[in-house]
Design a protein around this ligand. Structure first.
Ligand SMILES: [Zn+2]
Length: 178
């Protein structure tokens, strides 16, 4: 059936990688995401930008750069899987890795979690998360609810410090089991 759909131009079948939709809108959207995330990664990794200072720059550049330049940047970066905020970078063919669907506020108490991704839009929030080490790859244990501020109490594996994260922020941090 996949072959038939592929012959009809509805999907593209890539050996060992599964099936990708050729839906033009989706591909276009993924193309913009790809450019944005590669630009952010390049700015941080190669040009020394801080991770809280790249979003606007990437938004400006993402509509101007050529696919050729993006491909060269990706190559130079060693084909990174994620951007500096942990978001997966779509492939040229429009494949994108699934993100975890659990957020920090939903993580059960006592469980070790690893931070996978944080939102990239708010520079102040990014600076705050960085200050307490709540960055992609960081391991932590959720201690339970925090009262002041209302949210979750998190103990970072690195540094062994406890931090209260507001529910509003915790609901935007993607986590997986460590
Ligand atoms: Zn961004």
């Amino acid at each position: 059936m996949v072959r038939r759909l592929a012959d009809g131009g509805l999907v593209r079948h890539e050996p060992y990688r599964g099936v990708t939709l050729t839906d033009e809108g989706r591909l276009k959207a993924l193309g913009v995401l790809r450019r944005h995330r590669i630009l952010e990664t390049f700015l941080v990794e190669r040009l020394g930008y801080r991770w809280d200072d790249v979003h606007l720059e990437a938004e400006r550049l993402e509509h101007a750069v050529s696919e050729r330049l993006i491909d060269r940047m990706e190559e130079a970066l060693g084909r990174p899987a994620t951007d500096p905020h942990g978001a997966p970078i779509p492939t040229r063919a429009g494949m994108i890795a699934a993100s975890p669907n659990r957020t920090l506020d939903q993580a059960p108490a006592g469980r070790r979690i690893v931070v996978r991704a944080v939102p990239d839009r708010d520079p102040r929030r990014l600076a705050e998360l960085e200050a307490i080490g709540l960055v992609p790859g960081a391991v932590a244990v959720v201690q339970g609810e925090s009262r002041e501020p209302p949210g979750v109490l998190v103990r970072m594996a690195e540094g062994d410090q406890e931090h209260a994260i507001t529910r509003r922020v915790a609901s935007t941090v993607l986590v997986a089991e460590a």
